[in-house]
Design a protein. Sequence first.
Length: 139
Amino acid sequence: MSVSVLIITHDKIGQVILDAAVKIIGSCPMPIRAISIDMDCDYKKKLTKITAIISELDSHTGLLILTDLYGATPSNIATSIDIENSIVVAGLNLPMLIRVMNYHTLPLYELGDKAIGGGKDGVLTYYTDKYNKNATLKN
C-alpha cells in the first residue's frame, strides 16, 4: 500500500502538473488528488472540502501534502490540517511529483525527502554560448 498524496495549489496548477506527470510516467501508481484554491476562497469551506477528500484517500500509510508556494493560502490551509501521519512539502514542481510517483513504495518521511530532492534536482541553469560548442550545466 502506498502513501496517499494530496496536492493543494493556486488555481489548477496542481491538476495540470499531475496530468503532465501521469502522461510522462504512463499511469498513476498511488492515490493522488489535486485541489485548487482561489485566493479569495472561503477558508472554512475549503478546509471542510479538503477534509472530505482526505477521508476518501486511503491515508493509513501516510499522507503527503504538496503545495505550490509556502506561506500562501494553499500552504496555510495544508499546515492547518490536523491529521496524524502526514507531512506538508511546499514548492511543488513537475520533477518533484515525478520523483514522488517513481518512489511511491517508500514510507512517508522518506517519500517527503525524495519529494524535496526531486524538486531541488529539477531546478538548474543551462548556460549556452552560441560561439562555443561547449555548453555548461550548473545546478
